[in-house]
Design a protein around this ligand. Sequence first.
Ligand SMILES: Cc1cc2nc3c(=O)[nH]c(=O)nc-3n(C[C@H](O)[C@H](O)[C@H](O)COP(=O)(O)OP(=O)(O)OC[C@H]3O[C@@H](n4cnc5c(N)ncnc54)[C@H](O)[C@@H]3O)c2cc1C
Length: 280
Amino acid sequence: MRRHTTLKIGGPADAYAEPRDSETVVALVRYCAAEGLPITTIGGGSNLLVRDGGIRGFVLATRALRNIERVADAQIEVDAGLSTGKLLSSATKWELGGLEFLGGVPGSVGGGLVMNAGTYLGEFKDVTTAVRSLRLRDGELISRSNAECSFGYRSSSLPPSEVVLGATLTLEHRPTDQIKEVVTALRARRKEREPAGANNAGSVFKNPEGDHAGRLIEAVGFKGTRIGSAECSPAHANWFVNHGDAKAADMLELIAQARAKVRAQMGVDLVLEWKCIGED
Ligand SMILES: Cc1cc2nc3c(=O)[nH]c(=O)nc-3n(C[C@H](O)[C@H](O)[C@H](O)COP(=O)(O)OP(=O)(O)OC[C@H]3O[C@@H](n4cnc5c(N)ncnc54)[C@H](O)[C@@H]3O)c2cc1C
């Protein structure tokens, strides 16, 4: 799984599939249901820590489902696997604004919906009208409205027992130049703050209300702590990076130590933003 995650960490999956259309997803889901094989769904792998023992059953990666269509004046239908970058560039070309918040956020639409990914400029919740998914148990198609997704801070109620196939997004008319200006400014701001180069998966912990996880980790003197090739980045304390051959066990130990120090010294329980999957 290290080949399929931005952290470049993770043991093997029993089986891995990247279906190119939703009919193949349906066929795979029905096959696994009939054979009693578990399915783990992933998108771009940019928010994932896969444990060293890997993943039993099928990994279903939706990143090859990439259609996007303008279905109404300011409305688009997009498949789960389209990258957030491609989504933003298509909307910009159509002079549709509302997705500027995605400037520099990696991953795919499916992961973005499940995580309610975003920045201080906005999040998926703001543009999502409906989400289409498939129930893994029986291949039943489900459609949810925005309210039914219960989007919260880096969370949604879209369950791991379903694979998200796509969404309807509602945007607003905005000149291309205006969109580009906002996105360029966001990217520049990110570049200043985020560690460049090393393998990572974005923020490790969610920010506690009214504070920043990075500030707390830095305040307890944890910044720069290293276990094997896993390091709490000296550039940004809420980014843990893999310098090459880090194991999930190293990363999990780093996470546990950061949490314990922040709890003991600052009285705050940090909540993980990364999704940890697989077996030890
Ligand atoms: C350099 C960097 C910067 C980042 N900056 C930000 C940021 O500014 N803001 C932010 O919010 N995040 C950020 N992230 C985290 C990450 O990009 C987002 O969480 C992103 O939305 C994850 O999308 P993904 O497709 O990679 O999902 P994955 O990492 O593959 O999966 C994330 C979760 O979504 C589920 N999932 C994915 N696709 C599907 C699907 N089709 N159906 C059902 N479940 C699915 C997975 O099971 C998992 O639980 C950053 C990551 C990196 C590496």
